[in-house]
Design a protein around this ligand. Structure first.
Ligand SMILES: [Zn+2]
Length: 118
């Protein structure tokens, strides 16, 4: 065990050092739900529940299961939607861009040449 090694290697500070290590290990275990949810949309909610109710075992378990839940479909769509899902269509007649997928210019009605973003 590395804790034993830490305790044996140094002098009077070893107790404090081991105490700090144990403290951080406990903090890591205590905030495990928040750590798991760090990339989730509901991270703030999980963190709040973890922080305020984590000391109750029930609150900690609820926070962890909440953290392991998948994001709602709306959140997934919000996160994965590309900023420009369709290539924009450039009109060579009037020099303006129309919505991607359009066959005719939305400004002047001329046929469009679809430009692919390189
Ligand atoms: Zn046009």
């Amino acid at each position: 065990m590395f804790l034993t090694v830490l305790a044996d290697t140094s002098g009077s500070d070893s107790g404090a050092l081991v105490g700090m290590v144990i403290f951080f290990l406990c903090m890591g275990a205590y905030f495990a739900p928040a750590i798991v949810a760090r990339d989730k949309r509901n991270f703030g909610s999980v963190l709040a529940l973890n922080f305020f109710l984590g000391w109750t075992i029930v609150g900690w378990v609820v926070a962890l299961s909440w953290a392991l839940m998948k994001d709602s479909p709306a959140g997934v769509i919000q996160q994965t939607a590309a900023p420009h899902p369709m290539p924009s269509a450039f009109c060579s007649a009037c020099g303006k861009y129309s919505q991607g997928g359009s066959k005719f210019c939305q400004n002047c009605g001329q046929p469009l040449v679809v430009t692919q973003g390189s």
